[in-house]
Design a protein. Structure first.
Lengths: 141, 369
């Protein structure tokens, strides 16, 4: 009963919020609205049509070519690398793009390279460590 | 195909993502209300660092949510291809609501990330769109949770890795491993920007759009050139007008410097998430208002020499106007204010977004109470 009430309340409040957000967006004007629609649709299409299939292909490749003891550390490293790449995308190669010397004022290529290198050094250590201490499921059996 | 995808991972990462979205929504709403206050809204002057924390949390949490969103979508991706693709009206509605949720969330995180890097490859106005889309995200999320609640409860009540594989089936990545990867990636993403807000993490913030450096040790959001005020601000005949009703006085910068000076340690905290604490010196606003016989128990409008853009003026609520640390600043960290920080003088008040700390002041006007 309580769960049903909670679900009902969530739907009512959620639809209200959706409606309010939609009316605010609607007031943006035609040009802006078109641009919003493009970004909205592009996000879904890029993820579902490009990013996710590439991840699946890489995952299948990894399973095929890498010893299974490597899978967990490599998968973890891959997720961290994707996260770093996503955060780096708007700053990499944009030094000086803003006429303000206090914005985009780091060496982003170097920082990104160091961060990714650190991630994969840790992945390598985890792989080596798992070999030295075979405590995985296969080991316990 | 992977056997670790599914509701066990989706529900757990979903809870984390839901919390992140809730934090972003609440802190974002606060920031919106501070800038466009409804009648009932009240925001204190103390603690002076509160806005710095809420807005830093907003941006850092948004960045941390990026890997959570990707892992969440990974966990449910194959459901996209389940048959029938559309099916009954109810199913169409469910799929439609998920498309709205996914599209709006990707939209918020990607455009938000571009905004903190001052990158605007679109034709909409960022702040109003970010605000409107936030309601869409939270609304669609509430509907999604309502639809999935039995499934979520069921998945959360089951142990994470209950179905042990047969010993001859090697399984390299457990569900626990996926959650660990999501959590670590989220922490890594957050660490690369958190130093914009948290000083001791500054050296780790390798992807933060701000290093924290700038003239007089403080970054700048809008330069004098971008605001088109360089000539007017450097004019030796500059005068600051202070007005209350019929009483008006004009002060040159030297006359302001001749008034009793005060100093305050206050952060400048940008809506883009970066912040920096600094020592400001200048005239207390309430002392300056007293020169035209005004009490500081009223809202006060600050107008800039800046004529372009929409941030050329701000209204300071009475609670900040009467506060002793609110200054018309003439100096920063021990030297005269840099022109990019608002020379000849600027407003600096506690616990306010940087965009409302009006620079290159031309006029201060006490509003009717």
């Amino acid at each position: 009963m309580i769960v049903r009430l909670v679900r009902l309340a969530l739907i009512v409040v959620g639809c209200g919020f959706l409606w309010y957000g939609a009316t605010l967006l609607w007031d943006s004007g035609a040009d802006a609205l078109r641009s919003i629609a493009v970004w909205f649709a592009a996000g879904i299409l890029l993820h579902d049509g490009v990013f996710a299939p590439v991840c699946i292909a890489l995952g299948l490749g990894g399973r095929r070519w890498l010893p299974y003891r490597w899978w967990a550390p490599v998968a973890c490293g891959a997720v961290c690398t994707v996260a770093l790449a996503a955060v780096a995308a708007p700053v990499l190669g944009r030094g000086g793009a803003v006429a303000n010397p206090t914005v985009l004022d780091r060496n982003y290529p170097l920082g990104f390279a160091l961060a990714v290198a650190l991630v994969w050094i840790l992945v390598a250590l985890a792989v080596v460590g798992s070999r030295a201490h075979p405590t995985g499921r296969a080991g316990r059996r | 195909m992977s056997t670790v995808r599914g509701p066990e991972v989706a529900s757990r990462v979903g809870v984390a993502l839901g919390v992140a979205i809730a934090i972003c929504f609440v802190t974002g709403l606060l920031s919106h209300w501070i800038q466009h206050p409804p009648d009932w809204f009240w925001w204190p002057a103390h603690p002076v660092w509160l806005y710095r924390v809420t807005q830093g949390l907003h941006v850092t949490t948004g960045v941390a949510a990026i890997p959570l969103l990707l892992v969440k979508l990974w966990a449910v991706y194959l459901r996209l291809f389940e048959r029938p693709l559309i099916g009954s009206p109810g199913r169409a509605l469910e799929r439609g609501s998920i498309a709205v949720l996914v599209g709006a969330t990707i939209f918020q995180l990607s455009t938000g990330l571009l905004n903190i890097a001052q990158f605007y490859p679109w034709k909409f106005f960022f702040t109003t769109t970010h605000y409107a889309m936030a309601w869409v995200v939270v609304g669609a999320l509430a509907v999604h949770i309502a639809v999935k609640l039995p499934l979520i409860r069921d998945a959360l009540s089951r142990p994470l890795d209950e179905d042990r594989p047969a010993p001859d089936v090697p399984r390299g990545v457990s569900r626990r491993g996926v959650l660990l990867a999501a959590g670590l990636a989220s922490a890594v993403a957050a660490l690369t920007v958190a130093g914009q807000t948290v000083p001791f993490l500054r050296r780790l913030a390798v992807l933060a759009p701000r290093s924290g450096r700038g003239p007089q040790g403080v970054p700048v959001n809008r330069t004098a050139d971008a605001a088109g005020v360089r000539r007017a601000a450097a004019d030796p005949g500059y005068l600051l007008i202070v007005q209350s009703g019929a009483a008006t006085r004009a002060f040159s910068r030297d006359e302001l410097l001749a008034l009793p000076q005060a100093s305050a340690e206050l952060p400048i905290a940008c809506v883009e998430g970066w912040s920096a604490s600094a020592t400001w010196t200048g005239v207390r606003l309430r002392d300056l208002l007293a020169t035209v016989g005004a009490s500081a128990d009223a809202d006060v409008r600050f107008s800039s020499l800046e004529r372009t853009g929409i941030y050329g003026s701000s209204v300071l609520p009475a609670v900040h106007a009467r506060d002793g640390s609110t200054l018309v600043a003439l100096g920063l960290n021990g030297s005269p204010l840099d022109i990019d920080h608002g020379y000849p003088c600027r407003l600096i008040a506690p616990n306010r977004p940087g965009v409302l700390q009006t620079k290159w002041l031309e006029r201060i006007e006490v509003l009717d109470t």
